[in-house]
Ligand binder design. Structure first.
Ligand SMILES: Nc1ncnc2c1ncn2[C@@H]1O[C@H](COP(=O)(O)OP(=O)(O)OP(=O)(O)O)[C@@H](O)[C@H]1O
Ligand SMILES: [Mg+2]
Length: 353
């Protein structure tokens, strides 16, 4: 004899892929009927056409099938009413990302900053986030480069995020990374031409109205330089730590130094430097060639009294993976560059804070 309790116990193990909480806790279970060995489970999705509905359906079927005596599971998918979504948003409220800006926040916020554009900030953000995720950490990624967004492409996360109730944005799930980027809200070919106030409003929403859930890390891809967004980020997140991304050229590391100065002014700690495009390893002879020179990152690290966390080689796989939404850390974890990203992630994870 199958009992309702047995079924509910199993359903409590099914997590909503985006909200990262049991579907039972989210009010998504809409009735359980048992008829001999057959079990019917009603599941209410947050929105119609939820791209993850098949995954939820499979997870429910798998979870309930293991109850002794069950011969078949029927999952009936429905959709929450606007009122139910409001209730859910209210229930999630304490989990709002103000947990990130709050003074007593336990979330480790890492801002990837650089002086110059195009040095590989987004590549570093995405791969370090993916590495931390692979190490078992719960990680969010916030693309704060509103004009030059690229995280959505690099993680192939272009779908519109679900918005619950009073404007609570649910981050898009990418292999358990929780991701929010401007690229999910506008077409990639549409230039974003906002003035300051609009930009601030969006950034404020990204920082305060995203249901990150219980993340341990939030990695922020900041726009290059010391512009508006960088200043807002530093004001809103004084406890964030900064990782500076630079290339071997003198100029790039000198400009990165200015970003470090700004972080220092608002009390943000720079925890280290990642030198990107540090060398190219010849596939034929195996020798490392310092195409863009050497020494800049070491000198910056000495000046700032921070460690050089890693030197990432020039790797043709990186742009390819970035265009396909396949971070190298996941696709080729044994490659030379992936190993450096893991090394950086490990250093961040162990940098006692
Ligand atoms: N180590 C590397 N080897 C080869 N290509 C790389 C490497 N790092 C980054 N790239 C490529 O260089 C380009 C710029 O990188 P990325 O977008 O990460 O830089 P960014 O600093 O975020 O730039 P932006 O300032 O435009 O936001 C991308 O096409 C990326 O794939
Ligand atoms: Mg970028």
């Amino acid at each position: 004899m199958i009992t309702r309790e047995q079924v509910m116990d199993r359903l409590a193990t099914v997590m909503d892929p985006e909200l990262h909480l049991p579907i039972t806790e989210l009010g998504m279970v809409d009735g359980v009927e048992i008829d001999g060995g057959r079990v019917r489970v009603g599941v209410k999705l947050t929105v119609a056409g939820c791209p993850l509905s098949t995954r939820i359906e499979d997870d429910v079927t798998r979870a309930v099938s293991v109850v002794t005596g069950v011969t078949g599971v029927d999952v009936e998918l429905g959709v929450m009413t606007p009122e139910e979504r409001e209730t859910l948003a209210a229930r999630l409220h304490p989990r709002r990302s103000s947990v990130i800006t709050a003074k007593d926040s336990k979330v480790r916020v890492v801002i990837c900053g650089s002086g110059k554009g195009g040095v590989g900030k987004s590549t570093v953000t995405v791969n370090v986030a993916a590495a931390l995720q692979s190490m078992g950490r719960a990680v969010g990624v916030l693309d704060a480069d509103v004009y030059g967004f690229s995280v959505s492409r690099m993680l192939a996360a272009r779908q519109q995020p679900v918005v619950l109730g009073d404007g609570l944005i649910v981050p898009v799930d990418v292999h358990d990374l929780r991701v929010i980027s401007m690229g999910m809200l506008v077409n990639e070919d549409t230039p974003v031409m906002w003035r300051g106030p609009m930009l601030h409003k969006l950034l404020d929403q990204f920082l305060n109205d995203v249901a990150w859930g219980e993340i341990e890390y939030l990695l922020i891809d900041a726009p290059p330089g010391t512009g508006d967004v960088a200043i807002s980020l530093s004001q809103e997140l004084p406890k964030a730590r900064v990782v500076l991304v630079t290339t071997p050229q003198e100029a790039a590391s000198r400009v990165a130094g200015r970003v470090a100065q700004m972080a220092g002014k608002v009390g943000q700690e720079v925890i280290g430097i990642v030198e990107n495009m540090a060398y190219f390893r010849c596939p034929d002879c195996g020798k490392a060639h310092a195409i863009f020179g050497t020494g800049g990152a070491h000198r910056l690290a000495r000046e700032l009294h921070v460690p050089l966390l890693g030197q990432v080689p020039i790797d043709p796989e990186l742009p390819a993976g970035g265009d396909l939404g396949e971070p190298i850390v996941w696709e080729h974890p044994d490659s030379e560059s992936a190993k450096i990203f893991f090394q950086v992630a490990k250093a961040i994870d162990e940098s006692g804070w």
